[in-house]
Design a protein around this ligand. Structure first.
Ligand code: HEC
Ligand code: HEC
Ligand code: HEC
Ligand code: HEC
Ligand code: HEC
Ligand code: HEC
Ligand code: HEC
Ligand code: HEC
Ligand code: HEC
Length: 466
């Protein structure tokens, strides 16, 4: 096998008995190869030996399940990669030199092979390992999910380039598994900005992390990342949106910034003590069995079912520990990546604050599954406005009912004010309208803050359903 060598392998055979002109040959060799290979890196003898067999057209292996695995490793790409100074054996320590290449090895499938190589990166990239280990992807791998990525699904170890190089967006490793989302992203404000101007706008990993990827609708991770770039955003919203903090906490950014999206209310089972979304214990599937049992007809949970479910979850630990927190979000992952220009964002209070508003017609209940991704079950929309579920839904019930009535009255007052004014003064009136609305809104927000100061004790009139 050793006589099949890559054409530049002369380097490997230099020794004490080498004639005087060998130095010149080497010098020439270095000069010419440095044109072909960007870095002045030289492969070790062992690597050249491996590549003598492995950098050949058409080397492949048929695996036990019939898949064909290409065995070709490009010398050129390897030399240009970040691992050009890493020895093959650093990652392939398990090969048996005596039998390798002569005796066929048993590999069941590509996935099996990838899993078997899974620890190859651990020694040198410990930090990334620790981060990755805490991700939804790693959790899915541990559960036996065949489609979740390992290191080498996102980084080809033989061709990996520096992430400091600006690459076209299609080169990001997330594309191959989240194609529909990528397509949506590539046409939204960030995708277009990224294509036009390079790195200023975020790509997948800038919003979701590359290694410590968490379920997107859990926690505040993504929202905080948005605000870390858009530092002025809070103040800009405060100009027109009363109680911006509450709105940001209970509405996902895309729910307003993707005007075409369908929306829903996500009632999240929350651990009020720890202030995190409640998660299913590994190996004790409770959520699905309970919700399925309570919703035999599959019509969605009604308020009674929701109430007893909550009671069930509250049996462990302190009573009242498990609560529901509402969150308005878009219905699909694709829709979350269709952010448009600010002019198109939803500003109309009525889009949400009126009886029967579209976003409140679809309701889902979630808990964090064992891998961190949400498990869902449908809920009947009436739950949001019903009186008896008030306790379980905590305040979110207010949408489309009581406090919103207050808002309706406010809007009526604004409109009535405009009508009373003589037509000739309409223009002046319009100029003041913005200021007036803001004042009204602030008043309302102050009133709401007063409300919030006495939680759990709403006045009787407030309790009345619409
Ligand atoms: C004599 C040629 C030859 C040399 C030299 C050689 N290989 Fe291979 N290698 C093969 C062949 C042939 C296969 C496919 C074996 C099979 O079909 O089971 C293979 C398979 C592999 C595989 C797939 C896993 C497996 O066990 O089948 C890896 C990884 C690998 N070689 C790495 C290396 C590395 C690293 C070196 C250098 C240390 C090396 N090879 C040197 C011929 C060679
Ligand atoms: C940084 C670690 C690392 C280095 C260095 C490395 N490999 Fe690999 N190699 C891997 C991993 C991980 C896989 C499994 C990839 C997968 O899942 O398909 C692999 C797979 C392979 C395969 C099977 C074909 C394939 O692409 O899956 C061959 C052949 C191979 N390596 C040869 C080599 C040779 C030859 C060298 C040195 C020139 C080398 N490797 C250097 C990590 C490494
Ligand atoms: C023997 C040590 C070693 C092993 C094992 C190893 N790497 Fe590396 N890796 C390096 C070195 C050295 C670099 C060069 C850049 C640096 O200093 O981080 C690098 C760079 C990288 C980069 C590019 C970083 C950048 O700057 O953009 C990625 C990605 C990477 N490795 C992934 C992997 C993966 C995936 C594996 C396992 C299949 C692996 N590495 C295994 C040593 C190693
Ligand atoms: C889901 C895809 C994905 C997986 C899985 C993944 N990475 Fe990465 N990795 C990325 C992306 C994207 C980047 C570059 C962007 C960034 O760091 O934000 C990156 C960057 C890196 C870098 C260079 C970053 C730096 O800061 O220098 C290294 C090294 C690396 N990964 C190693 C690993 C190792 C080791 C594993 C397995 C434990 C792994 N990656 C798993 C997607 C992934
Ligand atoms: C500007 C930040 C941002 C960028 C860039 C981004 N995402 Fe997202 N992603 C989000 C937000 C926000 C959500 C929805 C979270 C929520 O429910 O509030 C989301 C949701 C997701 C989900 C979950 C979908 C579901 O079914 O619930 C996946 C998967 C995802 N993104 C992958 C990607 C991929 C792949 C890319 C790159 C093509 C990407 N994201 C780029 C912000 C971003
Ligand atoms: C090898 C395939 C693969 C690659 C590569 C990959 N993912 Fe995933 N990812 C999955 C699978 C499978 C799931 C679970 C199904 C789903 O939610 O789409 C998932 C789930 C997710 C989720 C959680 C979805 C939720 O419910 O909130 C996020 C976020 C995510 N991926 C982001 C990324 C990002 C960012 C990258 C690139 C850095 C990436 N993924 C690369 C396969 C992959
Ligand atoms: C209730 C709906 C709503 C929510 C929730 C919302 N936005 Fe907005 N946002 C808007 C509207 C409407 C505008 C345009 C305001 C204008 O032009 O006067 C806007 C403007 C912006 C702008 C442009 C600011 C400027 O003037 O340049 C950014 C950036 C932005 N939003 C980010 C976010 C982020 C990040 C979140 C989540 C934390 C978020 N928005 C949540 C409705 C919303
Ligand atoms: C890495 C920084 C970064 C992150 C993270 C980020 N953005 Fe952006 N965003 C940009 C840049 C750059 C632009 C384009 C320039 C501009 O309009 O400000 C932009 C544009 C926008 C616009 C259009 C503003 C306009 O003037 O029309 C909106 C809306 C927006 N982002 C919302 C979000 C939301 C929501 C998130 C989180 C899900 C987010 N951004 C995360 C950098 C970021
Ligand atoms: C995309 C939907 C949406 C839009 C648009 C929207 N809101 Fe809200 N609003 C909500 C949600 C959700 C809550 C939180 C309700 C809860 O948690 O009880 C809320 C809460 C409020 C509250 C606090 C009420 C309370 O219960 O304390 C006020 C005041 C308010 N909104 C006024 C406005 C005004 C004024 C506008 C227009 C400038 C507006 N909202 C636009 C969805 C929206």
């Amino acid at each position: 096998m050793r006589n099949v060598r890559p054409n530049h392998s002369a380097m490997g055979s230099l020794n004490a008995g080498t004639p005087w002109w060998a130095g010149l040959v080497v010098l020439l060799w270095c000069l010419t190869t440095s044109f072909t290979f960007a870095a002045d890196v030289e492969l070790g003898d062992a690597e050249k030996d491996c590549l003598a067999c492995h950098d050949k057209e058409g080397v492949k292996k048929v695996l036990q399940n019939g898949e064909v695995l290409s065995m070709r490793i490009s010398t050129k790409a390897y030399l240009e990669s970040m691992h050009n100074e890493t020895a093959c054996e650093d990652c392939h320590a398990d090969l048996d030199a005596k039998t390798h290449g002569k005796v066929k090895s048993d590999i069941k499938s590509k996935r099996d092979f990838t899993l078997a190589q899974g620890n190859a990166c651990r020694d040198c990239h410990k930090k990334k390992y620790v981060q990755y280990d805490d991700s939804v992807h790693a959790a899915m791998v541990k559960e036996g999910n065949e489609k979740a990525p390992l290191c080498s699904d996102c980084h080809n170890p033989h061709t990996v380039r520096s992430f400091k190089e600006v690459q076209p967006i299609e080169a990001t490793p997330c594309v191959k598994c989240h194609e529909a989302i990528f397509k949506a992203y590539s046409k939204d404000v960030h995708g277009l900005e990224r294509i036009a101007k390079g790195k200023s706008a975020p790509l997948c990993a800038d919003c979701h992390q590359a290694h410590d990827v968490k379920a997107a609708s859990m926690g505040d991770g993504v929202k905080d990342t948005c605000l870390s770039c858009h530092k002025e955003a809070v103040a800009q919203h405060q100009d027109w949106l009363p109680n911006t903090g509450l709105h940001f906490a209970s509405i996902s950014c895309p729910a307003c910034h993707v005007p075409t999206a369908q929306r829903r209310v996500n009632l999240r089972l929350f651990d009020a003590g720890k202030n995190v979304q409640l998660s299913e214990k590994t190996g004790v599937p409770k959520f699905e069995s309970l919700t399925d049992a309570a919703d035999g007809a599959g019509m969605g949970l009604d308020e009674r079912a929701l109430w007893s479910l909550l009671k069930e979850f509250n049996q462990e630990g302190a009573p009242g520990k498990t609560v529901l927190r509402g969150r308005l979000e878009v219905k699909s992952g694709v829709e979350a990546h269709q952010l448009s220009e600010k002019e198109k964002a939803i500003k109309d209070c009525n889009a949400c604050h009126q009886a029967g508003a579209a976003p409140f017609q679809s309701v889902t209940l979630t808990i964090a599954g064992p891998d961190g991704r949400p498990l869902r079950h449908g809920v009947q929309k009436e739950v949001l406005s019903s009186l008896t579920s008030m306790n379980s839904v905590r305040g979110f019930y207010a949408i489309g009912s009581t406090r919103i009535k207050l808002l309706d009255i406010l809007l009526v007052m604004v409109l009535a004010g405009a009508v009373c004014v003589p037509i000739g003064h309409m223009t002046i009136k319009r100029l003041f309208k913005g200021v007036r609305e803001r004042l009204e809104a602030e008043r309302l927000a102050a009133a709401a803050a007063g409300d919030a100061a006495t939680p759990g004790a709403p006045s009787p009139s407030e309790q009345a359903p619409k």
